[in-house]
Ligand binder design. Sequence first.
Ligand code: SAM
Length: 285
Amino acid sequence: MFSNLYVEEKMDDKYALKFKVNKVLFSGKSLFQTVDVVETELLGKMLLNDGLIMVSERDEFVYHDMITHVPMFTHPNPKKVLVIGGGDGGTAREVLRHQSVERCVMVEIDEMVVNACKEHIPQTSSALSDPRLELIIGDGIKFVKETSEKFDVILVDSTDPIGPAEPLFNVSFYRDIEKCLSDDGIVISQGESPFYLKEMQQKLLGIKKEVFPITSIYNFSNLTYPGGLWSFTVGSKKYHPVRDFNPERVEKSDLNFEYYNKDIHTGAFAIPNFMRQNLGDFIQG
Ligand code: SAM
């Protein structure tokens, strides 16, 4: 019945990633976006928001390891963590593997994403029942504006800057983030494609430079994001993600990762020349 069904993620109508679908598990339309969960032939279950691939079972470990463990092993003792977005639960799952974490707040705007993943993608959503996690269904922008709580690490695990995620790419959001970070806090944000979205990378790094004394960008590659190479940006009040990184902590943690390790941590900050040219001054500091 689904012999000719594919998901196709297009980049500017010039290039597309296409995956064969065996079964549609969920399709819905929330107030914010369309939400689909499909079973693909190659990559297992896949979540799509507005037709864009968010996670696949086969490669989600790369993104979730890299958004989470780089800041969690840069900060020497992260106890309180805030995740903005991240409705599939993969980022919260990785945060909660750290024994230092006493509390993780996750603010996701779209309950439909959370419910669809709870029902169909337990691989990412399983940790959402952890007693240290508080799940708030609401707008992350409003949350950081209004909360008086302070966090050691904030992870902005958002969709691209369209729809409800658009203001997550503005300086006022990062000024509010700065207010709810502890004095030595670190924020990481989904940092877009070095190949296709260099202007967005320049904008994000420019905003972070305005707000934080330490900024940086690091790369990872996966199967499902257009262009293969993708990045995260860093804003930090005190700790530099490479100079202040202590690799011994990774070894002593007794945690096993599918992607992250102490060499990947520093290696990910080695920036290819074309990105250096594109980002120029934005990557110093
Ligand atoms: N790994 C993913 C990617 O970059 O493709 C991101 C995954 S996660 C599913 C992104 C989530 O951010 C979505 O579920 C979306 O609903 C949520 N989101 C978008 N704007 C938001 C906002 N203003 N506040 C909280 N969550 C938001």
